[in-house]
Design a protein around this ligand. Structure first.
Ligand SMILES: Cc1cc2nc3c(=O)[nH]c(=O)nc-3n(C[C@H](O)[C@H](O)[C@H](O)COP(=O)(O)O)c2cc1C
Length: 176
């Protein structure tokens, strides 16, 4: 099978992106579910103590796919911790992978940190890393605004503003 989309989302944005990419790629999607519900406070503790929360087993066999597209939020420049746990559990069973994220504001060195997280969790460097920042979406929808007025919750209609990035993802993975 060509491609599997594996996604994690805390507040819904990356669920919308993961579902959209799976539909465009005509690929199955598997959702990462933490074993216990995450809250703002548990995320804070994950970040503070660099914890890897337990997740439920993936409902798909990654070794049956040529390419895994991981989709998840970025927390403090890193791939969201439940996704890092899931990636580590797939080590040795992934042939090739890429990463896409609806993130906030891209911080210096963010792509490098994401690439390092993925490489150390899976044991494989990603073929591509795509960042779709909410700052760019906000600028396209509202023009220049203060940080506190940034769009935080994405709707399926908002994805239109990321057409170039999404088309690039489909062009890279759709032919596999
Ligand atoms: C605790 C926390 C830390 C974050 N740190 C970053 C960051 O370093 N860089 C970034 O681009 N976005 C950061 N964000 C923004 C999220 O990646 C962004 O809101 C994302 O769209 C949320 O995805 P979700 O709705 O799928 O959970 C952070 C969000 C939270 C809650």
């Amino acid at each position: 099978m060509p491609c599997l989309v594996v996604y994690y989302s805390f507040s819904g944005n990356n669920r919308i992106l993961g579902d959209h990419l799976a539909a465009r790629l005509n690929a199955p999607a598997a959702i990462i579910e933490p074993a216990s519900a995450r809250t703002g406070f548990s995320i804070f503790l994950d970040l503070l103590f660099n914890r890897r929360p337990r997740v439920l087993p993936l409902q798909a066999d990654p070794s049956a796919f040529d390419h895994i597209l991981f989709v998840a939020p970025i927390w403090n420049r890193h791939i969201a911790h439940p996704m890092q746990t899931a990636m580590a559990s797939l080590k040795g069973r992934v042939k090739a992978c890429s990463f896409a994220t609806l993130c906030g504001a891209v911080r210096p060195g963010q792509i490098e940190v994401i690439t390092k997280d993925l490489t150390s969790a899976i044991g494989l460097a990603p073929a591509n890393v795509w960042l779709l920042p909410l700052t760019e979406l906000t600028k396209a929808v509202k023009g220049p605004v203060r940080e506190e007025d940034m769009i935080e919750r994405v709707t399926p209609e908002h994805l239109f503003h990321f057409k170039p990035q999404i088309d690039a993802i489909i062009a890279a993975l759709g032919s596999r």
